[in-house]
Each structure stands twice: as C-alpha cells, then as structure tokens.
Design a binder for this molecule. Structure first.
Ligand code: ATP
Length: 275
C-alpha cells in the first residue's frame, strides 16, 4: 500500500515543535585529504518543507546531502531522519535520491527503469508495475512508459529519475541539482511541475541548486552555505504565496528575497552563483 501523505495545501508551518523530519546537529565532515567540507552544521527541517541548499562550488551542499543519505559518515555530530540515524533511515526506505544526471539504464524501458528500485527492494511483482505507472503519471509521462531513455529529452529523462526516486513512496526526496544541465525554459517548467508534485504528495524535499531565482521560486526556506570551511551561513524563510505560478517571479517580494540571499552569499564571500 502507498503511504497516505498529507498534501501541502498551504505553506508548511514554520513551527518545528513537532519532531523534525531531519535534524542535523553540530555535524562536521573532514575528508581524508584534510578538506573540511562541512563545519558545525545545524539544521532542523519540518515535515512537508521544501528546503533549498544554495552556495558556491565546494561549499559542501552535496556533502550534506550525501551525509543525510548515508552515502558517507560524518566526522562528528548527529543526524536524525524521522528519529533514526541515516543508516536505519536508508534501510527503512525513508528517502529517494535524484542526481544531477538522470543515470537511467539505456537498455531498459522507462517503465522498467522506474520499477528497478522496486525489484531491488523485493516489492511483490504484481505491485511493481502499478506503482511505476502511478509515478510516471504523476510526472506526466504516462504515454512514454514503453520508450527507452535515449528516445526522451533531457527534461523528460529527469522526470523519469524523479518517478524512480518516488516509486517506493519515501517521505523525503533529496535532489542534487536535478535541473542544472537543462535549458532555462525546461527548467522553469520542471520547477512548476516539481511544486505541483510536492503539493500533491506532501513529500519533504531537500534540493541543491546554484541558482538564486530557482531557490526562491521553489523553497519554503533557503539554506545559504559558504565555503572554506563549508558552513551554513544563514537560513532564509520564503513567505511567498502558494501555489507559486509564473507570476510569482514578478512579485516585488520575490526580488526582495533574492536580494537577501545574494547578500548572505556575499557576506560569506560566495560569489560564484548564477543569477
Ligand atoms: N570524497 C572526497 N574526498 C575528498 N574531498 C572531497 C570529497 N568529496 C568532496 N570533497 C571536497 O569537499 C568540498 C565540498 O564538496 P561538495 O561536493 O560537497 O561541494 P558542493 O557545494 O556540492 O559543490 P558543487 O556545487 O561544485 O557540486 C570540496 O572542497 C570538495 O573538493
């Protein structure tokens, strides 16, 4: 059975009085090379939030995501996901992960790519197809189930990756610059689609980006990071009305928040972000 998540019909409460879905406390990551990729990071994320991590190259955004996903272990500090450590959370399928490149298997159809994690996780055979079809419909690709990845555009391939990450119905979705390689128009359309999906499913999303407008458009809060050592500089709330539309980008508040993010990045000497 699919979990029944609550749709995000309004801005998620800024209150973190209920147990946060993600809790990062005093987390540092020093690689064997001596690079301090993350220093004393603290962050609490409530269920249903859309959090963007923004900052210049090398500030530790991917490192933070990889720590949450149990792909690497922190040097110090504590990470809890729904009250579990990252390894337990991974084993209980708490999150899906979308990478910058779609990483689809070229010899498998779209449907078969989305079914792959369900096969690996030993979902009953009868359930796999129904789940995969449901997720592909959610990302608007119901007519492309029999296509192969090379027959799809880059944006469509990334939508398949999102469907694949959601196939086993995780509460959390980690996305590492998923639209970074796409053209601006495709990217803006996918931003809108992602917000619709977020509203409809009630997922909590943690999204890495280099783009200030993308972060402002998507997020309920923006985590601004700065490099050397990787640090959380500040967390900026985005109180723009929901649902966001193309017009959202024209609002004076949109520009005000973008300026706030830019200034926070400058304060941390992070200049290398896209406008
Ligand atoms: N496995 C590793 N071993 C050694 N150093 C690493 C490793 N992974 C990342 N680093 C270093 O840690 C720092 C943070 O890297 P990370 O990939 O988290 O940055 P980022 O903010 O995601 O950058 P980008 O925006 O370019 O993807 C960088 O200086 C990077 O070189």
């Amino acid at each position: 059975m699919m979990q029944s998540n609550t749709p995000n019909t309004h801005l998620p409460s800024s209150s973190l009085e209920a147990r946060p879905i993600v809790s990062v406390r005093q987390v540092s990551m020093v690689f064997q090379t001596g690079t301090v990729a993350l220093k004393d990071a603290n962050l609490e994320i409530a269920q249903g939030e859309f959090i963007s991590l923004i900052g210049p190259s090398g500030c530790g955004k991917t490192t933070l995501l990889r720590l949450l996903a149990d792909l690497i272990k922190p040097t110090s500090g504590t990470i809890l996901i729904s009250g579990k450590n990252p390894e337990e959370a991974r084993k209980s399928r708490a999150y899906g992960y979308v990478f910058q490149a779609p990483t689809l298997m070229e010899w498998r159809t779209v449907l078969s790519n989305v079914m792959l994690p369900l096969e690996v996780m030993n979902f009953p055979a009868g359930e796999r197809k129904a789940r995969a079809e449901k997720m592909l419909a959610l990302v608007g690709l119901e007519k492309f189930t029999r296509h192969y990845p090379w027959q799809l555009s880059g944006g469509m391939q990334q939508r398949v990756s999102i469907a694949r990450a959601l196939a086993f119905d995780p509460q959390l979705l980690f996305m590492d610059e998923p639209f970074g390689a796409l053209d601006e128009i495709t990217r803006e359309n996918l931003n809108l689609e992602l917000l619709r999906l977020w509203r409809e499913t009630g997922k909590t999303i943690i999204f890495v980006t280099h783009s200030i407008p993308e972060a402002v458009f998507l997020s309920t809060r923006i985590v601004v990071m700065t490099p050397r050592p990787g640090k959380i500089e500040t967390v900026i709330p985005v109180n723009l009305p929901q649902p966001r539309t193309f017009e959202t980008r024209e609002l004076p508040e949109f520009f005000q928040i973008a300026t706030e993010v830019r200034e926070a990045l400058r304060k941390g000497h992070g200049y290398e972000v896209t406008e």
